[in-house]
Structures are given as structure tokens and as C-alpha cells.
Design a protein around this ligand. Structure first.
Ligand code: MLT
Length: 270
């Protein structure tokens, strides 16, 4: 209720819904979440930033770090005046950012959704591959990396959906080389988030595609086992982008998770 002169005006504002903040992966942008904006409309206030160097955000010179990405999101929430804790959902690199955000700003987080991601840092071989990727982007731009990643991103069945493949290809090929260089360094130097798992003390959902070729299912199972009270949903016929490959099932899992917060709110009011 808001008081205005001599009468009290009631109003509804969808911005009052619990915020769901979606963090995209590499080398993608917030258009990754198109089907979540459509499918979860009315359940939640959805916020999906383009991380620095990605999508329509600026490309400040790199290297970037997970701390920078997390601080950028903190600044966005301040800018939007969102002071109520949010449900954070991170996909792949977005999950790496999520862990850093949670360590830095735990009071801003109400719940966690870890999608197609892992807690561990890069292995020695992984770091060497990042260096090779940096060299490749410096010499030849983003296209060779996009070409090499595309056949691994989706489940075999998803490649039959030509529109989906074209959508993902376009997202990758329009990525900015400067941004990609910055993000590759951030991923290479990210800390191990495994010790964070045991400290997570809030509702957590792990969602993973059964056919993820980039981050094996075992990584998600390990997070699920290490986070007390967490839930896990494995989606069939989904690879590394389960939110696009199985949008209905993905949205259903997220909607159920969001609904559990409504129930908590109702109990708070009892
Ligand atoms: C991503 O999908 O965000 C990246 O491929 C993750 C990674 O390279 O570690």
C-alpha cells in the first residue's frame, strides 16, 4: 500500500516478484535466456546481464576475473535497486561467476541454481588449453573457437533442430574477440570453488544435461553430493545448453524451485 494525499492506493508491480538473475556462459550472452523470459514470465522478476565483454555490454580491456564479473553484477543490482536477495542461476562460466558472487555477497543470494557447470578450477592441461585458445583468438578471431565448440555444445538429438543450431552459432560468432580474451583469462585463473560447496546453506538446485560433452554429468553429481539438502535434475536429450535444448523441462524445474520460495513466504506470514 502506498499513501497518497487522502487515500490509500493499492497496486501490483511485477518487479515485486522474487528476482531470478541468470548468468550466461562462454562465449554467449543474455539472449541465451530467451526461452526462460518467455516460459517463466509471471513467476519471477527475471534479470539477465551481458557480462563485461559479452553481448551488448562494453568490452573493457582484459584480462577479466571472476571477481570483476561478480562485482559488476553487484553493481547492476544496486543500479536496479534490487536489495532483496535473488535466486542466482549460472550456466557453465556463469556458474563460476555465481560461486564468486556467493562468496562475496552471500547476503544478496536467496537460492542457487547451478546449470551445466562445475566447482573445480582448471587443471594444468585445462590452463594450457586456455592459453592455446587465447593465441587462436589473437591470431584468427572468434570463428575457429566457435567452430570447434559448436559440435560439442549440444546433445546429438539437438543438432536436428536447425533453428536452434543457427541461434547458438550466431550468438557465438557475434561475440567480441576482446571480451573472449578477457573471459578466457578469467576462467583460467578462477579459484577452486569445491571448498565453497560445503558452506552453501541455502536452497540449491543442480540441473545438468545427460549428454553434456563439455562438463561431464559426474561433475554435477559431485556438487549435488557436496551441497547439503540440494536437489538435482538431469535432463535427457540435453547437452551443455539444457535451458535451450529442453526449455519446457528446464523451466518446469526452475518454476518448482521458485515456487518453494512462495511456500516459504506463506509460512513467514502464518
Ligand atoms: C562455458 O560454457 O561457459 C565454458 O565452455 C566453460 C569452460 O570453458 O570452462
Amino acid at each position: 500500500m502506498s499513501e497518497y494525499n487522502d487515500f490509500t492506493m493499492a497496486f501490483q508491480d511485477s518487479a515485486d516478484q522474487i528476482p531470478l538473475l541468470l548468468i550466461h556462459g562462454f562465449p554467449l550472452d543474455s539472449t541465451l535466456w530467451e526461452l526462460q523470459f518467455q516460459g517463466l514470465e509471471g513467476m519471477s522478476r527475471i534479470i539477465a546481464p551481458d557480462l563485461r565483454g559479452h553481448g551488448r555490454s562494453d568490452n573493457p580491456p582484459g584480462p577479466y576475473s571472476m571477481e570483476m564479473f561478480a562485482d559488476d553484477i553487484n553493481g547492476l543490482l544496486d543500479h536496479l535497486g534490487v536489495y532483496r536477495p535473488v535466486i542466482l542461476c549460472g550456466l557453465s562460466m556463469g556458474g563460476y561467476v555465481l560461486f564468486e558472487f556467493y562468496r562475496r555477497y552471500p547476503e544478496r543470494v536467496a537460492g542457487i541454481i547451478l546449470t551445466a557447470t562445475r566447482a573445480g578450477a582448471d587443471s594444468k592441461e585445462g590452463k594450457a588449453n586456455r592459453d592455446k585458445a587465447v593465441e587462436s583468438v589473437q591470431k584468427n578471431g572468434i570463428r575457429p573457437i566457435a567452430e570447434a565448440m559448436l559440435p560439442k555444445l549440444l546433445a546429438p538429438a539437438s543438432y536436428e533442430d536447425k533453428e536452434l543450431v543457427a541461434y547458438v552459432r550466431e550468438m557465438m560468432e557475434t561475440a567480441s574477440p576482446e571480451g573472449m580474451l578477457g573471459a578466457l583469462q578469467a576462467m583460467k585463473n578462477r579459484p577452486d570453488s569445491t571448498p565453497t560447496l560445503a558452506k552453501i546453506d541455502m536452497p540449491t538446485l543442480v540441473i545438468h544435461g545427460e549428454d553434456d560433452q563439455i562438463i561431464p554429468l559426474a561433475e554435477a553429481e559431485a556438487m549435488f553430493e557436496a551441497i547439503e539438502g540440494s536437489e538435482m535434475v538431469v535432463l535427457e536429450n540435453a547437452g551443455h545448453l539444457p535451458n535451450l535444448e529442453q526449455p519446457e523441462k528446464f523451466n518446469e524445474a526452475v518454476a518448482d524451485f521458485i515456487e518453494s520460495f512462495f511456500e516459504d513466504e506463506e509460512h513467514d506470514h502464518d
